[in-house]
Design a protein around this ligand. Structure first.
Ligand SMILES: CC(C)(COP(=O)(O)OP(=O)(O)OC[C@H]1O[C@@H](n2cnc3c(N)ncnc32)[C@H](O)[C@@H]1OP(=O)(O)O)[C@@H](O)C(=O)NCCC(=O)NCCS
Length: 175
């Protein structure tokens, strides 16, 4: 397992095209991926010098402040892809667990570094509930970027004292 460099790695793009059916770039979540990804959390698994699994993360914002005066930082997990011939061998789980552990300890940019807090507060994902539940994610009510109702959104807190999430909110891309 190693970080994805260079980014985007051509083999990762090929893998994404083979793992996702249809035009993946038309999926709602791509509207939240304007900025460069959080490179420190973009990882791949190789087999015989070929990328067979990959994961990326993007910083996003939410449209509702949770607590006045608090600057929370959020991540969007995805895309996550495992080559069709290598699924059900634990690679997806391995990448998620590794990067979530890493996300909890990423060095933080100012000012929170001074407080010794973790860099990001929670991770959102839009995906199969039964898959992400096993990895510690819980459902959350998020309005999808095109305002389509979706019950596939989930959250994974990266710290213990996260305030309750609003009843329903939207994610917004960072520039
Ligand atoms: C979904 C995907 C990433 C799973 O990767 P994977 O390496 O096959 O998954 P793992 O082997 O790590 O499976 C971990 C667990 O989830 C289960 N699982 C695997 N695929 C699943 C699915 N589609 N739905 C529900 N559970 C699933 C496994 O049985 C395993 O359970 P266990 O820990 O109890 O044994 C992979 O099938 C893929 O790339 N699919 C196409 C792209 C995609 O949909 N990406 C996710 C978008 S959010």
């Amino acid at each position: 397992m190693r970080q994805e460099t260079p980014y985007p790695h051509p083999q990762s793009e090929t893998l994404l095209n083979s793992a996702f059916k249809g035009n993946r770039l038309e999926r709602d979540v791509y509207l939240l991926r304007h900025c460069p990804p959080e490179y420190r959390l973009c990882w791949v698994i190789e087999n015989n010098q070929e990328i067979i699994a990959m994961i990326r993360y993007w910083e996003v914002k939410i449209d509702t402040p949770l607590c006045a005066g608090q600057n929370y930082r959020w991540l969007l997990l995805g895309p996550l892809a495992v080559a069709p011939q290598h699924t059900h061998q634990g690679y997806g789980k391995q990448l998620i667990q590794h990067t979530l552990t890493l996300a909890k300890t990423l060095p933080k940019t100012l000012p929170k570094t001074l407080l010794g807090e973790t860099a990001f507060d929670a991770v959102f994902v839009s995906g199969e509930l039964s898959y992400y539940k096993k990895l510690g994610f819980t459902p959350v009510s998020i309005k999808s970027p095109r305002n389509s109702a979706s019950n596939h959104w989930q959250i994974y807190p990266l710290k213990d004292n996260l305030p309750a999430m609003p009843e329903s909110f939207s994610l917004v891309a960072t520039d």
